[in-house]
Design a protein around this ligand. Structure first.
Ligand SMILES: [Ca+2]
Ligand SMILES: [Ca+2]
Ligand SMILES: [Ca+2]
Ligand SMILES: [Ca+2]
Length: 246
């Protein structure tokens, strides 16, 4: 196993096919490639990961606001809410699955250039139009809250009920519309539709005239568990299984 590292300061490190571990250490580093199955560490600082270098590489951003450029069959192991994933210079902000109109288990971004899903081990699966697949481990997203790597993936379900239907669920429609506009706009653009507003300030109870529905805006999950877009190359590469050199 060969190792390429330059721990102190801002470095630009490019691995070749024989390098299995790249470590930027401290500083704002630019890290490129290595062979398939490489482990690439950003360490402290705001690091940028280009061309992960062959299928099966695992990227560790470390602390700081790290940027990961989408590459093929690459796992981002430790992204948090201030990190970002880009396709080239295009910053990914998320997408929406409109459940009424699509049987396809993906959430698409506004330009239909990128689609998202969760796989069975809780990884966000990002598939680009060029069929590059990037995985983000331990992906989380809360409506109205933060999202791993700033990527918001939503599922929207719209259903109509008669007002006198005894089975209709009691969902305040204005709060739902607020979430719908805010979250889908944020997924598409990174910015909320209603900047600075609090949807919970709306009190719609007690007037007897509320419109209700079982309409939902929710974080997107692949509930049917069909295992599409499973990660394949990373597990099949022995080189990826070795720990970090001391
Ligand atoms: Ca460094
Ligand atoms: Ca660094
Ligand atoms: Ca870092
Ligand atoms: Ca971070």
């Amino acid at each position: 196993m060969r190792r390429s590292s330059a721990p102190a300061g801002a470095d630009s490190i490019e691995g070749d096919a024989g390098v299995t571990t790249i470590d930027g250490g401290s500083g704002n580093d630019t890290l490129l490639g290595g062979g398939g199955g490489a482990e690439i560490y950003g360490g402290a600082g705001d690091d940028v990961f280009y061309r992960a270098g062959g299928a099966g590489s695992v990227l560790y951003g470390g602390t700081g606001a790290n940027t990961f450029i989408a590459s093929d069959e690459t796992l981002i192991a430790d992204a948090d809410t201030d990190d970002a994933v880009q396709v080239g210079t295009y910053v990914l902000t998320g997408g929406t699955r409109w459940a009424n109109f699509s049987d396809i288990p993906y959430a698409y971004d506004g330009a239909s250039a990128v689609r998202y899903a969760l796989n069975t081990v809780g990884e966000l699966v990002i598939e680009t139009f060029a069929k590059l697949t990037t995985f983000v481990a331990n992906y989380t997203f809360d409506i109205g809250g933060a999202a791993t790597a700033g990527i918001r993936t939503l599922e929207v379900q719209i259903d109509a009920y008669r007002l006198l239907d005894p089975n209709r669920p009691n969902v305040p429609i204005f709060g739902w519309v607020h979430d719908l506009l805010n979250e889908t706009h944020k997924a598409a653009t990174g910015e909320p539709y209603y900047p600075g507003e609090d949807p919970l300030a709306l009190d719609l109870d007690g007037d007897g005239l509320e419109l209700t529905s079982n309409t939902t805006v929710s974080p997107f999950f692949d509930l049917d568990g069909d295992g599409f877009a499973e990660r394949t190359a990373r597990c099949g590469n022995d080189n990826a299984a070795h720990g970090r050199a001391a």
